[in-house]
Design a protein around this ligand. Sequence first.
Ligand SMILES: NC(=O)c1ccc[n+]([C@@H]2O[C@H](COP(=O)([O-])OP(=O)(O)OC[C@H]3O[C@@H](n4cnc5c(N)ncnc54)[C@H](O)[C@@H]3O)[C@@H](O)[C@H]2O)c1
Length: 279
Amino acid sequence: MKRIFEKYDLNGKTALITGAAGLLGVEHAAALLESGAMVVITDIGEAGLASASASLSRNADAARILTRIKDVSRLDAIRAVADELAATGRRVDILVNNAAIDPKVKGDHGVGETSRLENFPLEQWDLQVAVGLTGAFLCSQVFGTTMAGDGKGGVILNIASDLSVFSPDQRLYRKEGLADEMQPVKPVTYSVIKAGLVGLTRYLATYWADCGVRANALSPAGVFNGQGEEFVQRLTSLIPLGRMASRDEYRAVVQFLCSDASAYLNGQNIVMDGGRSAW
Ligand SMILES: NC(=O)c1ccc[n+]([C@@H]2O[C@H](COP(=O)([O-])OP(=O)(O)OC[C@H]3O[C@@H](n4cnc5c(N)ncnc54)[C@H](O)[C@@H]3O)[C@@H](O)[C@H]2O)c1
């Protein structure tokens, strides 16, 4: 590795990524593999993890990829993975809290659009908060405690969203011909969870700072993944760079945030949104 990139070198480090079978989780894993880390990719389903692992091993030694099924909303499941890794001498140096339930805004056209605040089901609130916010807290509690406790420190990266810093523009999701009270919206949970993750980040950043544990948040904006033309046009008109992000565009910042290249960055929320929040 050239001298200027030495601080990015993650050889000898292990990174655990939650929700790693999804669109961005697999990209975070690819980024950290590229920097030399061993990765533990975790998610709720075996099939998703198998396909993520297969795609990652096209460009990296399969021996550096471990897969573990882990529901981030269950403390016992997190502890089981942590204990099993510890028993085999594997220390988690980097934790990427990426898992979330990101309900796509479609609209059910039925009686009482359930994405709307007035009708939003409590069970959905509980489920989404349990995964996106409580899950990040529980994983940080389990893996962060070890990072802080053994004197070697570590890095926690929380994946938030541009919706951690501004409110969803509900006009993006409007459907022609539907009455206002039937219009689908980005649900309240997403804003609450992502803003909460930034609060968690600041808390962790100061709590374990003297033990060498840094915590930062990355707030990506909409990634293009085949969304409809009308939606893309509406969204990109709000973005100074005039386009959505591509799925691999967050890799370099993940490499930066998880390595010594960002050794003096702590408690920050890096908003990578093509300039949308600057407008
Ligand atoms: N894709 C985007 O445009 C975008 C934009 C901004 C922020 N984000 C954030 O980036 C992160 C990844 O987004 P994505 O687009 O890859 O989402 P995704 O839905 O493709 O992936 C999320 C993953 O989390 C997993 N998951 C769900 N419940 C879980 C649980 N209980 N325990 C463990 N894993 C669970 C899912 O199985 C899935 O693989 C999320 O935090 C999301 O909010 C995404």
